[in-house]
Design a protein around this ligand. Structure first.
Ligand code: GLN
Length: 541
C-alpha cells in the first residue's frame, strides 16, 4: 500500500430522490481525482438484486453485461470505473444480494452457524461487511457505490452494513457521500431543495448522516440555496457540491475538481500531503471529444438498438477512438431485423463510413446482420465484427464466397455447414450463469495483418464471453477461399480474429475489445477502425 494513508479509507456513495443521477460516474470521477492525487484507489459496486450476477439478465432491462479480466459478469458501472481510473477491477469489486445470500445459505447448510438462528442482522450484514473490507490494506481508498435509491426495501441491509462499518472504522476513516437531485421548477423559476431534504432525512433514519452532499441540478446553485441545503441537511456548507449536467460524462471529473469535491474528501478523511489533480492528459482528451476536427458516421447494426445501455462499452470505445482520430463519431443505430433484402441493406448503410456488427445471442436479426456484412464487404466499407459480429462475418463469407450453401452457426440451426459451432468445452453444460468462456485469454497475432498493425504486438490479451466459435473443420476451406485468420489462441486451437485482404478494413474478433478501451488512449482496434472510417469518408466526400 502506498504510504499516503496509515489505514484504508472507505467512501460510501448512496443515491436519493431518483435513479439515473449518475452515481456510477460520480464514483468513477472521484476515483480518478483521488488517483491523480497519488492515492491508490479501487471502486466496488454493491447491487441489491437477488440475481447472483447480471450475466443471465436481459440487456434490454439491465443494460450491458460488463466482463472483467478474471471473468466476472458484472454491472456496466464497473466499466466506468475501469475507463476512468484506468486500473482493472476484479470479480471481488462486484457484489450482489444474490451472492451474499448464496454464501450465507451455503454456510448454514454446512452447519457453520452452530445452531444459531440465521438472520439479516448480523449474518447478512456481517457477510456484506466482509465483502466491503476485501481490499482493506491493499488500497489507500476503497470507494463503495451502493446500488439503488435510499428508501428501497432491498437496499436496507447494505445501508445497515455501511453504517456499522463506518462506526467501526471511525469518523476519519469512513465517509458518506449522498447524491441527490435538486429540480429546477420552470413555472416557479427556482430550484427546490425539499426532495433533497427528504432523502437525507430518510438516510438518517438508517443512522447515516451524510458528510458530503452532491446535488445534481441543471442550474448553478445560488449561495443561499446551498446554505439552506447545508442547514436543513446538517452538512457543512462547503460539503454541498453542485453536479451540473455535463456535455460529456468525461467532463464530470473536471466539474467535480472545480467544485472541490476531492478537496472536501481529503479534508474530511484527514488525508494529508496530496496535491490538487492537474488532469492534463484528461483535459486534452475531453477537448478532443468536445471539439474534434472532423466527423464520421458509424452504422451500428444490432438487435437492442433502442436501448443504448445494452452496448455501453462499445459506444464509449467509439468515443475514445474518435478522440484519438480527432473525429466525432456519430452512431447511426440500425435494427438488424429491419434489413430484409440487399436493397434495404444498401439503403440503410448509405452515408455510413464504417459499420460495427454487435455482439449478441439468439437467432433474431441474424440474417439482417449477414446482409449488412455482404454489403460492406462488397463495397469496401470498413467493417468491425465483435463476437457474434465476427461469427456472422464468417457465415457470410462461407455462404457467399466459399459456396458453403446454408452455412450457419450451431447456435441458430444445426446444418451440414456449421462454420460456427459450440466449443467442445461447452458441450454438456446446462447451467446458464457464469458458464460461458469468460474473461481474459491470450491471443497470438499473425504478422503483416491489420490486427498486428493495430496492436503493434504479437501477443495480446482480451476478454471473452461466448459459447460458440469458429469450427476448425472449415478452417482450411475458408482460408483457401481467401479469409485470413489473423489471431489464434496460443495452442492454435481457437480462432480469435479474422480479416480480409483487398479490403480497406474488414476485421472480426471473437473477443470483446470494448471492455479494455480506456478514455485516454482508446483501444488499438477501435482506433484503427475509426482511422479507416475517416479515410473512407475522405474518399467518399
Ligand atoms: N452468441 C454467441 C456465442 O455464444 C456470441 C456471443 C457474443 O456475441 N458475446 O458464441
Amino acid at each position: 500500500m502506498a504510504a499516503k494513508v496509515k489505514k484504508t479509507k472507505y467512501i460510501f456513495i448512496t443515491g436519493g430522490v431518483l435513479s439515473s443521477l449518475g452515481k456510477g460516474i460520480t464514483s468513477a470521477s472521484l476515483g480518478l481525482l483521488l488517483k491523480e492525487r497519488g492515492l491508490s484507489v479501487t471502486i466496488m459496486k454493491f447491487d441489491p438484486y437477488i440475481n447472483v450476477d447480471p450475466g443471465t439478465m436481459n440487456p434490454y432491462q439491465h443494460g450491458e453485461v460488463y466482463v472483467t479480466d478474471d471473468g466476472a459478469e458484472t454491472d456496466l458501472d464497473l466499466g466506468h470505473y475501469e475507463r476512468f481510473v484506468q486500473a482493472p477491477v476484479t470479480r471481488q469489486n462486484s457484489v450482489s444480494t444474490g451472492q451474499i445470500y448464496f454464501e450465507v445459505i451455503q454456510r448454514e447448510r454446512q452447519g457453520k452457524y452452530l445452531g444459531k438462528t440465521v438472520q439479516v442482522v448480523p449474518h447478512i450484514t456481517d457477510e456484506i461487511k466482509r465483502r466491503m473490507t476485501t481490499f482493506d490494506k491493499k488500497f489507500d481508498v476503497v470507494i463503495i457505490e451502493l446500488g439503488g435509491t435510499v428508501g428501497d426495501i432491498e437496499s436496507m441491509p447494505f445501508l445497515e452494513a455501511a453504517r456499522q462499518l463506518g462506526l467501526e472504522q471511525g469518523r476519519t476513516n469512513a465517509l458518506f457521500i449522498h447524491l441527490t437531485y435538486v429540480p429546477f421548477i420552470k413555472s416557479a423559476g427556482e430550484v427546490k431543495t425539499k426532495p433533497t431534504q427528504h432523502s437525507v432525512r430518510m438516510l438518517m433514519e438508517y443512522g447515516i448522516q451524510p458528510d458530503i452532499l452532491v446535488c445534481r441540478c441543471e442550474e448553478e446553485l445560488e449561495k443561499d440555496v446551498k446554505s439552506k441545503i447545508a442547514l436543513f441537511c446538517n452538512v457543512e456548507e462547503d460539503a454541498v457540491i453542485l453536479a451540473l449536467d455535463a456535455e460529456t460524462i468525461y467532463e464530470v471529473p473536471m466539474h467535480y475538481a472545480k467544485a472541490k469535491l476531492d478537496d472536501a474528501v481529503v479534508r474530511k478523511l484527514h488525508i494529508q500531503r496530496t496535491s490538487k489533480p492537474t488532469l492534463t492528459e484528461w483535459a486534452k482528451f475531453v477537448q478532443r471529444v468536445k471539439k474534434p476536427k472532423t466527423k464520421v458516421t458509424i452504422g451500428f447494426v444490432g438487435k437492442y438498438v433502442q436501448h443504448q445501455d445494452a452496448y455501453k462499452s462499445i459506444l464509449e470505445a467509439l468515443t475514445h477512438a474518435g478522440a484519438m482520430n480527432n473525429a466525432r463519431v456519430e452512431v447511426k443505430y440500425i435494427d438488424s431485423e429491419k434489413i430484409t433484402s440487399p436493397e434495404i441493406a444498401a439503403e440503410v448503410l448509405s452515408e455510413t463510413h464504417g459499420i460495427i456488427v454487435a455482439p449478441g445471442f439468439g437467432s433474431r436479426g441474424i440474417e439482417g446482420k449477414i446482409l449488412a456484412i455482404q454489403h460492406v464487404r462488397e463495397n469496401g466499407i470498413p467493417f468491425f465484427g465483435i463476437c457474434l459480429g465476427m461469427q456472422c462475418a464468417v457465415i457470410e463469407y462461407a455462404r457467399n464466397v466459399c459456396d458453403l450453401t446454408n452455412a450457419n452457426s450451431g447456435e441458430f440451426k444445426k446444418v451440414k455447414n456449421n462454420v460456427i459451432d459450440l466449443m467442445p468445452d461447452q458441450r454438456g453444460i446446462t447451467n446458464k450463469g457464469g458458464t460461458m468462456r469468460l474473461g481474459s485469454y491470450p491471443c497470438v497475432l499473425k504478422e503483416g495483418t491489420k490486427a498486428f498493425e493495430s496492436y503493434k504486438s504479437q501477443i495480446i490479451r482480451e476478454r471473452h464471453r461466448h459459447r460458440y466459435e469458429f469450427n476448425n473443420d472449415f478452417r482450411e476451406e475458408l482460408e483457401k477461399g481467401g479469409l485470413i485468420i489473423s489471431g489464434v489462441s496460443p495452442d492454435a486451437r481457437l480462432v480469435e480474429m479474422i480479416e480480409l485482404p483487398n479490403h480497406p478494413w474488414f476485421v472480426g474478433c471473437q473477443f470483446h475489445p470494448e471492455f479494455k478501451s480506456v478514455a485516454v488512449g482508446g483501444h488499438p482496434l477501435f482506433v484503427s477502425f475509426i482511422g479507416a472510417a475517416v479515410t473512407h469518408q475522405g474518399k467518399s466526400a
